[in-house]
Write a protein that binds this ligand. Structure first.
Ligand code: TEU
Length: 561
């Protein structure tokens, strides 16, 4: 693989289409809405657009349950709209990346409806198993293994028609494909090739390290207190994953066509990432790890804990060092599955929201790797502030709420966990104007209550707004090769307030120092490289007068000698 492929110089903007912009008044975002707002993305300086799924789907998991990989769901528009979008993206010199969800399909996919017919030649396209020995099929405890689903409940669903169970690591409407079957792999690669032929420049690959599972499928050791603990090492990073990734790369021409790939990987450690993104093999370009977005959780996302800054910055540093000589980092704090970082790790109070959003952006974008901006992150959107389970639309939130409360966890504790960590926090519609501007109809999920004060129009018009800072950070990445290629070194690793690091390329050095708190912070100048002759390249708030103190959420980037 080329040493510096094009996507190592890119900045990706992720769109969650159903919440981006609605042009037909049905309350759901659509492709026309994306086309109409492409300049907003281009003006930021992002050059890759990643779309969450827009294929035909019953929307049980908001499109991550695909019923036809080769047709656009009418709620988003038509294939003509898609072709127009591709042309509009390319005419701006941008690339289009689609979401590839092939660990599972929808249970309404033709493949599955055929597979569930006993004796069909598609039976082996999914993971079917008889009831546990000695148990009556369909009775409690008869599930083939004791595994839990990510979305609560058992990972097995009983199918009356055939008297067997099928595996679904996510919702029961998302049956896992059987990747051991070469016919499944061939069908997936052929589909990918048709999208590439249509102008798609690459893929974000949903939970791609689950496609190789460890056989035989067997019971695991349950996590105490979690009736359906998810036995992750039995289904993630399995023995044939590298083989499948290399086969996909070959069959789709990922390296030969320099296609963009990022593999979303639960339970993906640094060593896995080095293997999967090695520049000496033709596998994936980069991966999304969940390590850093788990440092403020006590085991489960429903048990959030206060961020201990050294945990976050040391984790990112470990990945910077670990992928410095091989592989490549993706850099993200937000996506459609994560809460809003300004509420989670910043301070979303009116006094500090903008500054903390800019500080978080500064530290992330000055790391080495490919940065991802999730829709709304560029204007400092906050969590939704939901307080009742009825407000949540997410299949994961509802499933985990049902499982936790059934297991005796107090409702208010579960709701507190959801309020902090639920995926719906990231899925409230884009507020284009103080009045909303997302739809003329009823939005599928309410806009944030703070839309009048936090919206694209007002933020983009503000030269000191969050979007202006993202634009400056992205421009800096384009102009300064140290941002892309400089070696990373974390400074003050145990400091619980300051996030400081250098990037070094030859005799060029950048120093980043940020106050990640809502109070004034003293700077231990003696512990930092000399700032003599330092040039202040970028600051997230009005540059402080002296170097000994940083204002709340003040982040500075210096060029140093
Ligand atoms: O997510 C995989 C995944 O594990 C996360 O959703 C996880 O459950 C948690 O929410 C992270 O905190 C991918 C997609 O991004 C997600 O939207 C889908 O629901 C899921 O796969 C199934 O396709």
């Amino acid at each position: 693989m080329a040493q510096t492929p094009w996507w190592s110089r890119s900045v990706v903007y992720q769109i969650y289409p159903r919440s981006f912009a609605d042009t037909d008044g049905d309350g759901f975002g659509d492709l026309r809405g994306i086309i109409d707002h492409l300049d907003h993305v281009a003006d930021l300086g992002a050059d890759v657009l990643w779309l969450s799924p827009i294929y035909v789907s019953p929307q049980d998991d908001n499109g991550y349950d695909i019923a036809d990989y080769e047709a656009i769901d009418p709620m988003f528009g038509t294939m003509d709209d898609f072709d127009e979008l591709v042309a509009a993206v390319h005419s701006r010199g941008m690339k289009l990346v689609m979401d590839l969800v092939v660990n599972h399909t929808s249970d309404e996919h033709a493949w599955f409806t055929e597979s569930r017919q006993p004796g069909s030649d598609k039976r082996d396209w999914y993971v079917w198993r008889p009831a546990r020995e000695g148990h009556e099929p369909g009775t409690p405890g008869a599930e083939p293994t004791n595994w839990g689903s990510f979305f609560g409940g058992s990972a097995w669903a009983y199918d009356e028609a055939s008297g067997e169970y099928y595996l679904h690591l996510f919702s029961r409407k998302q049956p896992d494909l059987n990747w051991e079957n070469p016919a499944v792999r061939e069908a997936v690669y052929a589909m990918m090739n048709r999208w590439v032929d249509r102008g798609v420049d690459g893929f974000r690959m949903d939970v791609i390290n689950l496609i190789s599972k460890t056989y035989p499928l067997a019971d695991g050791v349950l996590t105490p207190g979690d009736p359906y603990s998810f036995e992750i090492e039995r289904v993630a990073n399995g023995p044939r994953l590298i083989e499948f990734l290399e086969e996909m790369n070959r069959e789709v021409g990922i390296t030969s066509k320099q296609l963009f790939t990022v593999g979303e990987m639960v339970a993906c450690g640094l060593e896995h990432a080095r293997e999967y993104t090695s520049r000496h093999h033709d596998r994936l370009g980069m991966v999304f790890t969940f390590e850093h977005v788990s440092v403020d959780q006590s085991g489960s996302k429903l048990s959030p804990k206060k961020l201990h800054l050294p945990d976050l910055k040391q984790n990112l540093a470990r990945w910077q060092e670990g992928l410095a000589d091989d592989g490549w980092n993706s850099l993200y704090f937000e996506n459609h599955d994560q809460p809003r970082s300004v509420s989670r790790w910043g301070d979303d109070s009116p006094e500090h929201r903008v500054a903390s959003a800019k500080a978080l952006a500064t530290v992330l974008h000055l790391h080495q790797g490919t940065p991802y901006v999730y829709q709304g992150q560029e204007i400092g959107m906050t969590n939704a502030g939901f307080t009742r389970i009825e407000q949540y639309a997410d299949v994961e939130a509802r499933g985990q709420f049902a499982q936790a409360t059934a297991a005796g966890v107090p409702e208010e504790a579960v709701l507190a966990g959801l309020s902090a960590m639920s995926r719906d926090n990231a899925r409230t519609p884009m507020p284009w104007t103080p009045e909303g501007g997302f739809t003329t109809g009823t939005p599928w999920l309410p806009l944030n209550a703070n839309t009048a004060s936090i919206n694209v129009a007002d933020d983009v018009a503000d030269p000191d707004g969050v979007a202006a800072h993202y634009k400056a950070l992205i421009a800096l990445r384009r102009e300064d090769v140290v941002v892309r290629d400089g070696a990373f070194e974390l400074l003050l690793p145990d400091d619980e307030t300051l996030w400081a690091f250098t990037r070094t390329l030859g005799d060029q050095r950048l120093l980043v120092v940020a106050n990640m708190s809502s109070h004034l912070a003293g700077v231990p100048i003696s512990a930092l490289p000399s700032l003599e002759d330092a040039e202040l390249v970028l600051s997230s708030v009005y540059p402080g007068t002296d170097l000994q103190t940083l204002a709340p959420w003040e982040a500075r980037v210096y060029r140093i000698r």
